[in-house]
Write a protein that binds this ligand. Structure first.
Ligand code: GUN
Length: 283
């Protein structure tokens, strides 16, 4: 029986602490932090994430503006909105929900966001700062994963960590954060040979590939710590499921995160934290 890390419970506790802090801001700074989320198109997953971000903002006392635009918006129009938000002194955080439609260059849009308002930590200067161990805004999902590991008392230093996935949003930055915590890190991906052999060496296994129940019990060693970043629909039941076969792996693992209620709520919680950090840096 694994210890289950509830991201839902941990994030509720952290959001309550942030709410208490934010409540003191109007007296100190004359206003509360303001997060602007830009959603292009109607992708159901993105709509659900953006709704979750607005709900969490309300819980913490952060002002939230969601700008919704049709997927026919041009790159130039989107860049114009980003420019206006960069120049607005009442905006502390800007988040452009990804993915963007194919005709828009996401890298260009992310690079256009003022680095000091980049609550996602995706701006090239924030990414560079992360890889050079300089102070920076950390990407939300990797930051949330490290908080979950620490909250569960998982020792990271010196342990074998395997990350499946090498995306800019999760795989690469969480590999770097685990390395910074002194783990021995392997980043596996779609071209990794004998993946099971690699993952069975993991004392900490982070899975972020976006394929339902991709990691099976035979790929996980007894006592492993398993962090599941996936949010997928189970093709058989239609229910939400992660990248790991939870029912089969939970009895083997020492620690595991559920889907839903695991990494997802912690990502949003860290977005709130990043928004507060960006706000405080302005004073
Ligand atoms: N799409 C999926 N995850 C994320 C995220 O963390 N930030 C943004 N902006 N878009 C996403």
């Amino acid at each position: 029986m694994a210890k289950i890390i509830s991201g839902k419970e941990l994030s509720a506790k952290l959001k309550a602490e942030m709410a208490a802090e934010v409540a003191t801001f109007p007296a100190k700074y004359g206003r509360v932090p303001h997060l602007v989320v830009i959603l292009v198109g109607e992708d159901p997953g993105s709509v659900s994430y953006v709704t979750g971000k607005a709900k969490a903002s309300a819980e913490v006392g952060i002002r939230n503006t969601t700008i919704r635009k049709p997927d026919t918006i041009s790159e130039a129009e989107l860049l114009e909105i980003v420019d206006q938000l960069n120049a607005d002194p009442e905006v502390d955080g800007i988040l452009v929900q990804l993915p963007l439609p194919k005709h828009i260059n996401s890298d260009k849009v992310i690079a256009a966001i003022d680095k000091s308002k980049d609550v996602d930590g995706f701006h090239p200067l924030n990414v560079a700062a992360l890889w050079q161990k300089h102070p920076c805004t950390l990407p939300c999902t990797p930051k949330g994963i490290i908080k979950m590991l620490k909250s569960a008392g998982v020792e990271i230093a010196g342990r074998n960590a395997v990350v499946i996935g090498r995306s800019n949003i999760v795989g690469l930055p969480v590999s770097k954060l685990l390395l910074d915590e002194n783990a021995t890190v392997t980043t596996a991906h779609s071209r990794t040979r004998n993946l099971g052999e690699v993952t069975r060496k993991a004392e900490i296994l982070v899975v972020a590939i976006g394929r339902p129940k991709f990691v099976t019990a035979d790929m996980v060693s007894d006592g492993a710590v398993v962090i599941d970043v996936g949010v997928n629909r189970d093709p058989e039941t239609g229910k939400l499921c992660g990248d790991v076969d939870y029912a089969a792996i939970e009895p083997k693992a020492s620690v595991i995160t559920p889907v839903p209620g695991g990494v997802g709520p912690m990502t949003i919680c860290c977005l709130m934290e990043n928004t507060i950090e960006c706000f405080l840096r302005r004073f």
